[in-house]
Design a protein. Structure first.
Length: 353
């Protein structure tokens, strides 16, 4: 007998994307609705938390409705509601969490809180139907740079983290410094195609006492110093050369640390996730190095790398089938750690009647 399909409604509002998605069995995306506020925040050169929260409130109901319509389903077909409850901006998170609780309360559909980064990692399940843990995943986004060993579905061990800036943060700051504007990642990615990645020898960040941890603040300072030097000498600098040289330094460090950890921990498959994982140079570098070193390389499409709710639906599915549930007490947890659960319980541990 065929097992019944499980449909999860995912909801995401941790930063500047209001998103909802319907995902079947943790792998098949029936809809992926994203309202991006990026144009609004571009005016200010970065995400303004108060504006983000207000926009989420305006959009969330319509985004949820549209995701159900596009999937061709109604709430009656949904088995669980998965919502990002951390980490992220507290006011932004609260909008998604409140909407998810309201829908759950009104419909009686079970609720489960999902960790944003665990969502990013789970984006890899969507287009790689054969992907199963264990695997190693590099998560590089605007707020996080982690190497995570995925031991099993929903079981994570952090192998490395950044000691200072996240990779995406470095992209955004350098882009601003060379006059490309916000958001920096995609702009550096594009303009680098016209630049020489060996034009300027920027440092590769090393961290004392750890061979896997990342550090990007030294690289960022080196770029700022280079720009200052040019200004003082009255010389023009090439945006494309600075972008390409900076990007090469970031990509090299991410690839080297990641694949060293993958080898040392004995995994066969390597995955990437988060906004920076949509960087075309990073993807090419991992593709080439994984092939050379004998790792199976998987990655989400760019649309599932940057913030979306399909990844929350995918992660939520595996939490749901393990029996994890949240009550209406679920709250936003802005600094939630990977693997930590706050207000997410097993169904039979006494929290549910
Ligand atoms: O995962 P994400 O959408 O949001 C967070 O959870 O932070 O990541 C956003 C970050 C930003 O810093 C953005 O500049 C970076 O991802 N990013 C990129 C690219 N696209 C987005 N960085 C490098 N290359 C890209 N193509
Ligand atoms: Zn994210």
């Amino acid at each position: 007998m065929m097992e019944k399909d499980i449909l999860v409604l995912g909801i995401e509002s941790s930063c500047d994307e209001t998103a909802a998605s319907v995902v079947k069995n943790g792998r098949v995306v029936l809809s992926n609705t994203i309202y991006s506020q990026i144009d609004l925040h571009t005016l200010y050169g970065g995400v303004v938390p108060e504006i983000a929260s207000r926009k989420h409130i305006e959009k969330i109901n319509r985004v949820i409705k549209k995701s159900l319509e596009e999937a061709g389903v109604s709430l009656n077909d949904i088995d669980a509601i998965a919502v990002t409850y951390g980490p992220g901006l507290v006011g932004a998170l609260l909008v998604g969490v409140s909407a998810a609780k309201a829908v759950s309360f009104a419909s009686g559909i079970p609720l489960v809180g999902v960790h944003h980064i665990e969502g990013h990692i789970s984006a890899n399940y969507i287009e790689n139907p054969d992907l199963k843990p264990p695997f190693m995943c590099l998560v590089a986004s605007g707020g996080h740079s982690h190497l995570v060993l995925v031991k099993d579905y929903g079981e994570y061990e952090i192998i490395a983290r950044t000691r200072d800036d996240a990779a995406g943060e470095a992209f955004d700051k350098v882009a601003r410094a060379i006059g490309l504007g916000y958001p920096g990642g995609p702009k550096i990615d594009k303009i680098s195609r016209e630049g020489n990645p060996d034009a300027i020898a920027f440092p590769r960040g090393k961290v004392e006492g750890s061979e896997y941890d990342f550090s990007f603040s030294g690289l960022k300072s080196a770029v700022l110093n280079y720009l200052n030097g040019c200004r003082m000498k009255g010389e023009e600098f090439s945006q494309a050369d600075v972008a390409a040289s900076f990007q090469k330094a970031v990509v090299e460090v991410l690839v080297e640390h990641s694949l060293k950890a993958a080898k040392d921990y004995g995994v066969k498959t390597f995955a990437i996730a988060g906004g920076v994982a949509s960087n075309s140079h990073l993807r090419e570098a991992f593709e080439a190095e994984c092939a050379k070193r004998g790792f199976n390389f998987v990655h989400p499409s760019p649309i599932f790398c940057t913030d979306n709710a399909a990844m929350i639906g995918a992660a939520g599915y595996y939490e749901f089938i393990k029996g994890y549930r949240s009550t209406l007490d679920l709250n936003a947890v802005p600094n939630l750690q990977i693997g930590e659960k706050v207000g997410v319980f097993k169904e039979n541990d006494g929290q549910f009647k």
